[in-house]
Design a binder for this molecule. Structure first.
Ligand SMILES: [Mg+2]
Length: 286
């Protein structure tokens, strides 16, 4: 599956907004309105889509406008946030009760008000400790690199690593994990300024979204997916066939039928527009 390891996988980089951003926003608004807002089910990635990507995950703050828009929409439409973060982390950062949370690239899921459960078979924790130890040994020799233990996955972050040292860090990390790569006991997933080691289970955001679309709250609705990274491609490809796939920024190899928004600010504008259309002039502060 594309977006998974190997060593030769393409990398997804942030790109600045371009002059097509207004046209992109208008086009997305028009397509959403044409479907009918009350018929939609929304899936949104978090980092880079709902919020700009921060230096560290804990530095990220969701804007008041975005929070209000999602809160209001979440009372009218089913919304699921689909992220690589753990569900409890998403809940803590977002603080919204009326939306569904999908964490750990689709492995974990929580319906509003309920504790997280597993969408996929629960992966073993045993190997994760070994991957963590191997990656920490690499990270401690490269200034700015750090390792995040996500429970069933381990992430190596390089956003604070000098540009000239990132390639060396990635190469050393791949070397350190090579024994598991060779034995197909690990899956490596690369996103923006992050490389993650996951269990070798064929499961991703796309699989998770398709499973959620069988649930009563989503089954008869038209799916819309917003995502900014290579890790969103499985979901964007699947949703492009039956609903509206929207890439935020530019993702290599995104489906040609994907619409495009420039950045998370444009996502915010689109969501605010949906609030206004659904609820009329009462929410003009959005
Ligand atoms: Mg993202």
């Amino acid at each position: 599956m594309r977006g998974r390891i190997g060593v030769s996988m393409k990398y997804s980089w942030e790109r600045p907004a371009d002059d097509k951003s207004s046209a992109g926003t208008a086009s997305v608004r028009a397509r959403l309105a044409a479907i009918g807002l009350s018929r939609l089910v929304l899936f949104l990635d978090f980092d880079g889509t709902i919020v700009p990507i921060g230096a560290r995950p804990e530095d990220v703050r969701i804007s008041e406008v975005m929070t209000e828009a999602l809160d209001k929409l979440g009372r009218r439409l089913p919304i699921a946030v689909v992220s690589g973060r753990p569900v409890n982390d998403l809940r803590r950062v977002m603080g919204l009760k009326h939306i569904h949370y999908v964490g750990l690239h689709g492995f974990s899921y929580a319906t509003p008000g309920k504790r997280p459960s597993w969408l996929a078979p629960r992966p073993p924790r045993r190997m994760v400790r070994k991957w963590k130890k191997a990656l920490e040994a690499v990270a401690e020799k490269v200034r700015g690199a750090w390792v995040e233990d996500k429970g069933i996955a381990v992430a190596l972050h390089d956003r604070q690593v000098a540009t000239g040292n990132r390639r060396r860090l990635r190469r050393q990390a791949l070397d350190a994990l090579q024994v598991w790569v060779r034995e197909k006991q690990i899956r490596l997933l690369r996103g923006k300024r992050i490389m993650e080691a996951l269990p070798p289970i064929d499961w991703d955001k796309g699989t998770a979204v398709m499973q959620l679309l069988q649930k009563p709250w989503a089954r008869s609705r038209v799916p819309v997916y917003f995502g900014d990274d290579i890790t969103d491609l499985p979901a964007l490809r699947r949703i492009a066939r039956s609903g509206l796939a929207i890439q935020v920024g530019s993702i290599p190899d995104a489906p040609k039928t994907c619409l495009r928004l420039a950045n998370s600010n444009a996502v915010e504008k689109v969501l605010c527009d949906m609030v206004k259309r659904l609820d009329g002039p009462a929410f003009r502060d959005c």
